[in-house]
Design a protein around this ligand. Structure first.
Ligand code: ATP
Length: 602
């Protein structure tokens, strides 16, 4: 088919953005694309995949491997590739999109490893054939081991713990020297109890590919093109694994933003983009235009100034200050009611506007905010589950088991009737108990299944089943917050990654909260005083950048405006604490808080 026509269509779809086009059309074998939030990385990546397929750059019987960090992002990507293909095909009768969607395998790291183990894992342990039935646990917590009666000897316990620490602290040497021993523990003690750990899904795949060169060589050839989105979040296990699939001929495209590395605490490798540039002698393209804040000078300036602080933390070069909305309340009860007023004001201008209240972590203050929202009849979606939340984890296990028995074993299709039956069966498991958490989880599940049926129409049934089961296995329902019809959502910054709302409200902008105590505030270099003026130096720069990344991700979720709030007095365990200070993040160079002291009548 005529490449010129495709390129013209891509130019139109990308509004003539030459940098994005450079990425899409580039034929280099090694490419890194770096760009801040909202510069169109994902959009560009989708077009690149479509372009590679349409211009027949994916050999017969081979696939593009497109990996990302979250399951949801992976499947949205696949869906968008399927949707864009017909647009680019320009009614070319000879090419069918159904023939082409099979040319890309989209997944997250765990999904891909699980698939490889399902096929060939029996070479390491027979039971891995049934990997879908094994319960996935995080074995950094001894409680989880006890829960499944996994009895480890003292030295085994130590090894399990050290592997988890090594993966979080990117201790590559330790992992290379000890992962086989760790795998042996999994094979002999976990699997017989019907359990597998998240880390071992990767380490077992590493063992398999290292031991069986023919399998490794098969996958290396099967995936001649490897694309990784959100590359900055790759941890040492993922990185060790993916390098096994790369050979001299592999075409690599990695996209990311080093400032959005917010999974440092679970081991995302620092400076991975720089390391990889050197290691693979990659070509580098930076995208140049911010589309999320295209017509919003204030947000553009705020985003730019935060980045300047990340670029040169000690002496950032700031041309112009960004004025931000900040309200300081007497105490946290006032803050909660102040947030209610803020929402009312925004909704009075546009009742349908989308608002997110994002918190760094769950704490007493957010409960006050939830109470105030309820008291004032403001409808909201409760999305404060974390990946460690036992109820959240159990919900996914229930959904997976029921899905397996109803749709896989009984071979039912995803009809409206069957989905309704399935949802009712899940509710029955919960004795129809409806509290805030259950209601949210039911709603999330319902919306997620509706999305698969209505929006993912173009995908084959097998793909839809895989998306659903992968989502349950990865405990990823919360990554679907963006499809809810609720206008107000309360969630964590980590839960909001990759999503966007019209307005974002960030409460708790106080010392010990954001940044939190363990992150920065207990460091000697933080000068507590009337104001927390944080001075960055080489001893605290790493921690500073971790906090700044979370702050950056939180701020850039707002398309229109972000509102910061804080309280003078904090309300912890029903006791008032001494005066708090306003977060040092709000007094970074380049950020000017238009502070108003608010009093609220409750
Ligand atoms: N060339 C373009 N023309 C018009 N809109 C665009 C263009 N590129 C991106 N956009 C829009 O800008 C928004 C942000 O794009 P996208 O999500 O791809 O950015 P991103 O760099 O992946 O952001 P983040 O890092 O926050 O995930 C989307 O709504 C997208 O459709």
């Amino acid at each position: 088919m005529n490449n010129k026509l495709i390129i013209d269509k891509l130019l139109e779809l990308h509004n003539g953005d030459q940098k994005q086009l450079d990425v899409i059309l580039s034929d280099t074998n090694r490419l890194i694309v770096e760009a801040p939030a909202g510069y169109g990385k994902t959009k560009t990546l989708i077009s690149k995949i479509a372009y590679l397929i349409l211009t027949k750059q994916v050999p017969v019987n081979k696939k593009i491997l497109a990996l990302t960090f979250s399951v949801n992002a992976a499947y949205n990507m696949k869906n968008e590739v399927v949707n864009i293909l017909p647009t680019l095909l320009l009614n070319n009768e000879n090419l069918k999109t159904s023939d082409m969607e099979g040319k890309v395998y989209v997944s997250n790291f765990h999904g891909l490893c699980r698939r490889i183990l399902k096929k060939y894992g029996y070479l390491l342990s027979k039971e891995l054939k049934n990997i879908d039935q094994l319960i996935n646990i995080d074995d950094s917590s001894e409680n989880n081991l006890n829960k499944f009666n996994i009895n480890l000897l003292e030295d085994e316990k130590k090894l399990v713990k050290d592997i988890s620490i090594a993966s979080k602290e990117y201790k590559e040497k330790y992992i290379k020297e000890n992962y086989l021993q760790y795998n042996n523990i999994i094979k002999t003690k976990y699997i017989e109890k019907g359990v597998i750990s998240y880390n071992s899904i990767i380490t077992l795949t590493i063992e398999l590919l290292n031991k069986y060169k023919n399998i490794r060589s098969f996958y290396t050839k099967f995936f001649p093109i490897i694309i990784i989105d959100e590359f900055q979040d790759t941890n040492i296990l993922n990185w060790t694994f993916i390098q096994l699939l790369i050979n001299k001929e592999s075409k690599l495209v990695f996209l990311g933003d080093s400032l959005q590395r917010i999974y440092g605490f679970i081991g995302a490798i620092p400076n991975l983009i720089d390391l990889t540039l050197e290691l693979f002698d990659m070509e580098y393209i930076a995208l140049e235009k911010n589309y999320r804040f295209e017509n919003n000078d204030e947000m553009l300036l705020l985003e730019k100034n935060i980045r300047e602080n990340a670029k040169k933390p000690i002496n950032p070069s700031i041309k112009k200050d960004s004025n931000v909305n900040f309200k300081l309340y007497k105490n946290q009860i006032d803050e909660a009611f102040g947030i209610v007023n803020q929402i009312r004001e925004l909704q009075s201008k546009n009742i349908k506007c989308k608002i997110a209240i994002l918190v760094k972590q769950r704490g007493p203050n957010i409960n006050l905010i939830l109470e105030a929202l309820k008291y004032n009849d403001i409808k909201f979606f409760f999305g404060l589950f974390t990946d460690e939340d036992q109820r959240y984890i159990r919900f996914h296990e229930t959904c997976l088991n029921k899905f397996y028995s109803i749709f896989i074993e009984e071979n039912r299709n995803l009809s409206k009737k069957n989905i309704e039956f399935y949802l009712n069966e899940i509710k029955k498991e919960y004795n129809n108990v409806s509290d805030a958490m259950n209601n949210s989880l039911f709603k999330l599940l319902h919306s997620f299944l509706e999305k698969i049926v209505n929006e993912f129409k173009g995908l084959q049934n097998s793909d839809k089943y895989r998306i659903i089961m992968d989502t349950f296995m990865n405990k990823s329902l919360r990554q679907n917050l963006d499809i809810l019809d609720d206008n107000v959502i309360v969630t964590t910054v980590h839960g909001a990654k990759g999503l966007e709302w019209d307005y974002v409200i960030l409460p708790d902008m106080e010392k010990n909260q954001f940044p939190n105590y363990n992150g920065l505030c207990n460091r000697n270099n933080c000068i507590f005083g009337d104001y927390c003026i944080f001075s960055v130096n080489e001893n605290n720069e790493v921690e500073f950048l971790e906090e700044l990344s979370v702050f950056y991700v939180a701020v850039t979720r707002a398309k229109k405006e972000v509102f910061f709030t804080a309280s003078q007095r904090s309300f912890v365990r029903e006791d008032f604490q001494p005066e708090t200070n306003i977060s040092c993040l709000l007094r970074l160079p380049g950020i000017n808080i238009k502070q108003t002291n608010e009093t609220v009548s409750v």
